[in-house]
Write a protein that binds this ligand. Structure first.
Ligand code: ZN
Length: 557
């Protein structure tokens, strides 16, 4: 396979420098999202001697101003100054910006976001300049972050910021999301444009974030340009491939993207703590291999992934796929600082388990594939995507801001920012479906307007309900936005966020229970503590030690 120029973004002193500050960049003890997995991945990539085969770049950290190209000034300002101590007050007791338990205001949260976003923006620039064919940022892929609010462990949407950067150069960008959860934040951002096609493969049904049906296809000019592939528990490599390949092939044919962003969320792997799919490392990496083969400028991003060892294995393998050396590397892991945790097999593999593939069992997979392909067939020919080249100085025009007057790059930045705001204003001011909207057509007993409003409120997140990624349950936000915090004494939930930061504290017991239940149903055995694992010699016996949690990872260094 031919060579590709690969750029790899990694910040050696930021979120991963556990040695410098043990408390930095952890979401809190017991929280399943562990930024530490980026370091474990990096150490494994290093151990496989891949670093000297690619351009290793330290990302320029994204500034607050850069973040406001998508997010509101108010939200970015909040994120820039919030601390664990001030979170309660600055979030108006958990009713704004950081709602619910998923997104704690951990120490250094803004810096963490600036590294993640800086990497994805840098990746886009590297691709756009032609310096790289493939750019990798495993610290990115935080697809749930919303314009004015954190969601599902994501605070700043590095993906949207990266795609906005690509749109300066490329006429059409394809976003593909193989995280177990719907890529709602990115879909939402580009819901009304035909310059970005989003395609998300995800579990749907009583599962976070609760969006991503095949009825959700985009709106206005963007109608048809949001593709959703809702799946059920237990999807295998074979099933996944049988829908991924035809759908993506069709998209490449009809949309002809000039660049592709692939979110490689690793919670779709078998045995993930919060996921419910049954993909092996090879099945997951097949998506990367498939896109590399097409030789379109490609960005690989991280995302979810809560069984840390398997995340590290898979992203390491996918780095090898980007380089085209996956067949040359040893499946027996080289020595690395985390070697002992990869036992007892010490191999670069994520095996499937014996859960049922409900997609096959209930016959839904064929239907989903047919629907998606039908949607894509209706797209051709799409007049506005037939332009082969969009020179930089006419980006504004193609974003619908009239004739470009050739002003310099900074002005274009501003226009892109305006465009993102414009899209949101459009969506938020919509009270009823437009005549060409699909919303409502499938609902028999609702007026289309109320159906649309319900969809919209879920999608845009302006309603009072939110779903938690941790529990997959809807919950109410206790009070209207914008109330005075003085009005709110005595209504605080008994589980305040601050306790994450008390040393030695455990997290929410309900959350622990949910994770245990999930592990039980996925793997047939519950999660165990790290200390219990260590007492047994770090082994699960014949089960391969695939799922111990890394809550103890902070104390390892
Ligand atoms: Zn996820």
């Amino acid at each position: 396979m031919s060579k590709r120029k690969v750029a790899y973004f990694y910040d050696p002193c930021g979120l991963t420098n556990i040695a410098a500050d043990v408390g930095s960049y952890t979401y809190g003890l017991g929280h399943p999202m562990k930024p530490h997995r980026i370091r474990v991945t990096h150490d494994l990539v290093t151990a496989y001697d891949m670093l000297d085969q690619m351009h290793v770049l330290r990302p320029t950290r994204a500034t607050a101003e850069t973040m406001t190209k998508f997010h509101t000034d108010e939200y970015v300002h909040f994120l820039n100054r919030v601390t664990p101590e001030t979170a309660e007050e600055l979030t108006y007791h958990g009713t704004r910006f950081l709602v619910g338990e998923d997104n704690p205001a951990f120490e250094g949260v803004f810096e963490f976001c600036s590294i993640s976003a800086g990497g994805s923006i840098g990746a886009a620039q590297r691709i756009a300049s032609g310096a790289a064919d493939i750019a990798i940022n495993w610290a990115g892929g935080l697809h749930h972050a919303k314009k004015r609010e954190a969601s599902g462990f994501c605070y700043i949407n590095d993906i949207v910021l990266g795609i906005l950067e690509l749109l300066r150069i490329y006429p059409r960008v394809l976003y593909i999301d193989i995280d177990c959860h719907h890529g709602d934040g990115v879909e939402e951002a580009f819901y009304t444009t035909d310059r970005v096609m989003t395609c998300s493969f995800h579990k749907f049904g009583e599962y976070f974030p609760g969006t991503g049906t095949q009825e959700d296809r985009g709106r206005g000019k963007g109608k048809g340009y949001a593709v959703n592939v809702p799946l059920k528990d237990g999807i295998t490599d074979e099933s996944f491939k049988s829908v991924f390949e035809p759908v993506i092939s069709k998209i490449l044919e009809v949309f002809k993207p000039s660049a592709v962003v692939l979110q490689c969320g690793a919670d779709s792997l078998a045995g993930d703590k919060l996921g419910c799919f049954n993909l092996t490392m090879y099945g997951h990496a097949h998506c990367t291999q498939f896109l590399r083969k097409h030789n379109i400028p490609l960005i690989l991003l991280g995302g979810g992934g809560y069984t840390v060892k398997n995340v590290a294995r898979t992203w390491t393998y996918e780095t090898a796929c980007a380089l085209g050396i996956e067949n040359d590397i040893d499946v027996n892991l080289p020595w690395n600082p985390y070697f002992e945790w990869f036992g007892p097999r010490y191999r670069l593999e994520v095996a499937e388990n014996n859960m049922d593939d409900l997609n096959i069992k209930e016959g839904s997979l064929d239907k989903v594939r047919i629907n998606a392909l039908e949607q894509l067939r209706e797209l051709t020919p799409a007049p506005s995507v037939q332009l082969q080249d969009v020179p930089r100085d006419s980006v504004g025009k193609h974003l619908g801001f009239g004739i470009d007057d050739g002003q310099p790059r900074d002005d274009l930045d501003e226009r892109l920012a305006q465009h993102a705001r414009y899209i949101y204003n459009l969506q938020e001011s919509a009270e009823a479906p437009s005549s060409d909207s699909e919303e409502g057509s499938s609902d028999s007993d609702d007026s289309s307007a109320s159906h649309w409003n319900r969809q919209r409120s879920r999608r845009i997140g302006t309603g009072k309900k939110r779903m938690s990624l941790l529990t997959n349950q809807y919950y109410d936000i206790p009070h209207e936005y914008g109330f005075s915090p003085h009005d709110y004494h005595g209504h605080l939930s008994k589980t305040t966020r601050r306790r994450f930061f008390q040393s030695g504290s455990r997290w929410d017991e309900n959350v622990e229970q949910v994770i245990n239940d999930r592990m039980q149903s996925v793997n047939g055995y519950p999660r165990h503590s790290l200390s219990a694992t260590m007492e047994r010699g770090g082994s699960w016996g014949d089960r391969g030690g695939e799922d111990d949690d890394w809550d103890g990872d902070v104390s390892m260094h």
